[in-house]
Ligand binder design. Structure first.
Ligand code: PRP
Ligand code: ZN
Ligand code: MG
Length: 225
């Protein structure tokens, strides 16, 4: 659906994955002129444009064919997929590769002073999260009746602010939970960054370019092992 023949890759503009994404593109031999504040960066040596957007927007851009490829955390991919499935809009992508960065887990957490808790403690509680679809499916699976409070950021302050009893958020180093006096509970989802492709991509020159990039990606990944 993109209106030119340059391969469009969506990556996160600012956040946990941005540095690693830029590093990966460099290792793949994609030279970029990444000037700050620019939405689109044109490669100087390949027919590639890199779009730097919010991570939450990446799956949708690829599913709708606005971008051909995207690098995104599985956490965001699974959440957007569930949301779009419910809405009946295209939600499939081809997952080309798992990547070796962006590891994190989506976990439950609650105020430290309450001490360890069983799953039953969540009954009737309010849980703040940026991942309402994944959380709702988990609660359903576990048979827990709890309500979700959707927050797009600062989820970790929700209990202290009286907005929720507990949270369900990403944990990487654990520093955020620690700094906010929260105790980590069950992991709901483990996540890594991954490379996704629009499933209807047919442009032969773009597919050929992807075919030259994939062995390089495998090489980069093997070199890291
Ligand atoms: C996540 C999460 C916490 C932080 C946890 O945000 O919301 O703020 O990372 O990491 P830590 O355990 O190492 O302290 P992230 O930057 O991934 O995403 P966001 O900006 O989309 O919330
Ligand atoms: Zn985000
Ligand atoms: Mg955050």
């Amino acid at each position: 659906m993109s209106n030119n023949n340059r391969l469009r890759i969506a990556i996160q503009k600012g956040g946990r994955l941005s540095k690693d994404c830029q590093e990966l593109l460099k290792q793949l031999g994609v030279k970029l002129n990444l000037r700050e504040q620019r939405l689109i960066a044109h490669s100087t040596n390949m027919p590639i444009d890199v779009l730097r957007v919010r991570d939450d927007d990446i799956p949708g851009l690829v599913m709708d064919g606005v971008c051909d490829l995207g690098i995104v955390g599985e956490n965001v991919l699974v959440e957007v997929q569930a949301e779009r499935e419910r809405q009946g809009v295209p939600s499939e992508v081809n997952k080309l590769s798992k990547l070796d960065f962006g590891y994190c887990r989506l976990a439950l957490a609650w105020p430290q002073e309450l001490g360890p808790q069983q799953k039953s403690w969540f009954e009737g509680k309010r849980i703040a999260t940026t991942y309402p679809e994944i959380l709702t499916q988990y609660l359903k699976r576990e048979g827990i009746n709890a309500s979700t409070v959707m927050l797009t950021g600062s989820v970790e302050v929700a209990p202290r602010a009286g907005l929720a009893d507990a949270i369900c958020d990403l944990v990487s180093t654990g520093a955020t939970l620690e700094a906010n006096g929260l105790m980590q509970g069950d992991t709901i989802l483990e996540s890594n960054a991954c490379l996704i492709q629009n499933k209807d991509l047919q442009d032969p020159s773009k597919l050929e370019l992807i075919n030259t990039l994939m062995p390089r990606l495998r090489g980069v990944r093997q070199a890291k092992e």
